[in-house]
Design a protein around this ligand. Sequence first.
Ligand code: ZN
Length: 263
Amino acid sequence: MASIDSVWSVRYGERVVRKNDVFYDYAQYGLPDGDLHMDYNFWVIRSGEKVILMDTGYDISARDWLGELSVMPTPEGLELIGLDPLDVNMVITSHFHYDHIGYLGLFKNAQVVSGADEYEYWFGKRNSNALEGEFTTEENLVPVEAAEKEGRLRLISEPTEVFPGITVYQVGGHCPGEVIAHIDTEGSGLILASDAAHFYEQIEHEWPFFAYTNLDQMRAAMKFLLKLAKETGATIIPGHDGRTRDRFAAVPGDAGRIATVLA
Ligand SMILES: [Zn+2]
């Protein structure tokens, strides 16, 4: 019996984007432009009394970086599904961009699991005052540093089972220490891709996203996702695709379709 009881995605923000803007060199495919519904999510994994999050969202009301619209701030989203941030045991950060580690400071009791290369890259930039114009601020890094000081930070470079049934892989590409998580669920399993694949097109056609630190690594990360899915039979969940909500059911009673049951 799998030790993982459920995996939900919780939508905290959204915006509509154009394919031409989000896929790297989209013109090369000779296809018409079009809208994509971009969701902003974090993921909640439960195993008995234990709660593990992947990513933590961010406060859109304080600053909408790219015109994001708030759906439900993380603290309210957690309340909606009956969770207190202090009861979260582990937070896996897919990477350190603003839309993935805002609110990380709320999870004061959680072990924080991050890519080793992510830590090195962003703290290197911070220490040389080179964060200007990046998708991460000095403020974003404060809770990571706090977790480190309190002995709650675990940096991963090799594939690591960080919790029974949850294996984290550092794949890079979008960010140097981008990680994905394979979740061994009762069904065939899930792969939370986060920003290793923002949209379904990226796993269906291996189209790179426009924002990356290493394009070759981003292509390799998409190939790795597909290989892992093939080997394990798991379903890949892209990080920002609104169509995930069409493919999976809402949490019962959630009329606003904030939370979606992935497993
Ligand atoms: Zn993102």
